[in-house]
Design a protein around this ligand. Structure first.
Ligand code: SF4
Length: 411
């Protein structure tokens, strides 16, 4: 049986680190024929798109081989959750009669763009590769007492800087050619509203009118209101999905997405819903990234969001796969039972006839069990949390007291 993935066939994802993959969930970064990583500071996007590594993944999927690049999809499908591969098939199927080559079109129809790590937050599940704001804190906590100087530490990020600098003409010129030909663009950060250059390329799509045939998806940390130019882009694409990354409510949110302020974010959410009311091309989704820290809080979050924005509001529970020490599969088995009961009891109480609205939340229970817990990881989780709590003068116990009391028994 073929395991064709149209996301991989039509798309390419760039990573903040300067690498590229078939999609954002893929396990493997493209490498050259000698096995060396292909990063944008040294390789053009076109060379990567036509690489043997990419072709091999696509041909394996076509031949029904569960390629290790795609473990995340195989795991989600094994618990009956619609994987990215399955979710996006319908979108791309319409091009299948035109594009018969299994390696896809000449240039990607689907661009998943992470073009730098500029960000104003230091979220608990993030790191210095993905957020520029993390760099100093990570150095102070992990390396300040070692022989590594700050300058040496910062040089680790040279590939990111060189890959996405304005001087990397090959990258930006190729994107200028690719973006107007693409059908769907996903734009992430860092924080996308703080990364200027791609908005200029998107704006060209508006000026030439091609944006009226294109879809745009943008994940924001919801602390930034788009500029007037960015807003012009948003309201002029054919369809726009704005995904608001919110990993908790109230103080739990502030702990997870440090140093964001909940009240400011609430007012920004109102701005986005207001924009949606005025422009029917816009959809809004809440995206809750589930980690060991905030999984117990998921019910309170779901209840709050549905009571404030409507029971049928779109919420996506995004499984965190990395870092492994924060992955929910590493929760001790007895606590997985407690969580499963909490979630299923909530759903049965809430959903009076609208059970489909809770399908995504329900599937979180399955995700708990896709792997057995690795006991060493939960200890790593404690150590890591303690270290950054001390540095930030915070205490996990104060923000998630009930969950902390349960977890603490396994320390
Ligand atoms: S099968 Fe899944 S992980 Fe692999 S490329 Fe497709 S969507 Fe990405």
């Amino acid at each position: 049986m073929k395991l064709t993935c149209l996301t991989a066939k039509y798309g390419m994802a760039t990573e903040v680190s300067g690498h590229a993959k078939t999609c954002c969930l893929a396990n493997q970064q493209f490498v050259d024929s000698s096995g060396n990583p292909m990063t944008f500071d040294a390789h053009g996007p076109e060379e990567i798109w036509k690489s043997d590594h990419r072709r091999k993944i696509l041909s394996d999927l076509e031949n029904g081989i569960q390629h290790p690049n795609c473990t995340v999809c195989w795991q989600e499908e094994a618990v009956g959750r619609p994987s990215k591969r399955l979710r996006e098939t319908e979108y791309w199927e319409k091009y299948e009669t035109q594009i018969t080559d299994i390696t896809g079109p000449e240039t990607p129809f689907y661009l998943d763009l992470k073009l730098g790590n500029t960000c104003n937050l230091r979220c608990r599940t993030c790191n210095s590769v993905n957020s520029s704001s993390w760099m100093t804190e990570e150095y102070e906590v992990e390396h300040a007492n070692t022989n590594l100087t700050k300058k040496q530490f910062l040089s680790r990020f040279d590939i990111i800087k060189n890959s996405y600098s304005e001087e990397n003409e090959e990258l930006w010129e190729t994107l200028e050619e690719w973006i107007p030909k693409s059908k769907k663009i996903d734009f992430y950060g860092g924080e996308p509203f703080l990364i200027e250059k791609p908005w200029k390329l998107l704006h060209k799509c508006v000026e030439t009118g091609v944006s009226k045939e294109q879809s745009l998806h943008c994940n924001t940390n919801t602390t930034i209101i788009p500029s007037k130019e960015q807003e012009q882009v948003i309201v002029n694409f054919k369809e726009v999905d704005l995904s608001l990354s919110i990993d908790g409510i109230g103080s739990a949110f502030e702990y997870m997405r440090y140093p964001a302020k909940w009240n400011e974010v609430l007012s920004n959410i109102d701005y986005f819903f207001d924009l949606k009311r005025k422009h029917d091309n816009i959809n809004i989704t809440f995206c809750y990234t589930i980690s060991i820290m905030n999984i117990h809080h998921i019910v309170e979050f779901d209840e709050f969001v549905r009571s404030r924005y409507g029971e049928d509001v779109s919420i996506w529970y995004n499984m965190l796969f990395w870092p492994i020490k924060q992955k929910i599969t590493n929760i001790p088995e007895p606590l997985k039972v407690l969580l499963a009961n909490k979630i299923t009891e909530y759903i049965s109480k809430q959903s009076k006839g609208n059970t489909y609205l809770y399908d995504n939340l329900r599937s979180v229970v399955g995700l708990l069990y896709i792997e057995k817990p690795d006991e060493t990881k939960i200890q790593e989780f404690f150590k890591y949390t303690d270290k950054y709590d001390a540095h930030r003068n915070q205490k996990f116990a104060n923000y998630f007291p009930d969950w902390f009391a349960e977890l603490e028994r396994y320390r």
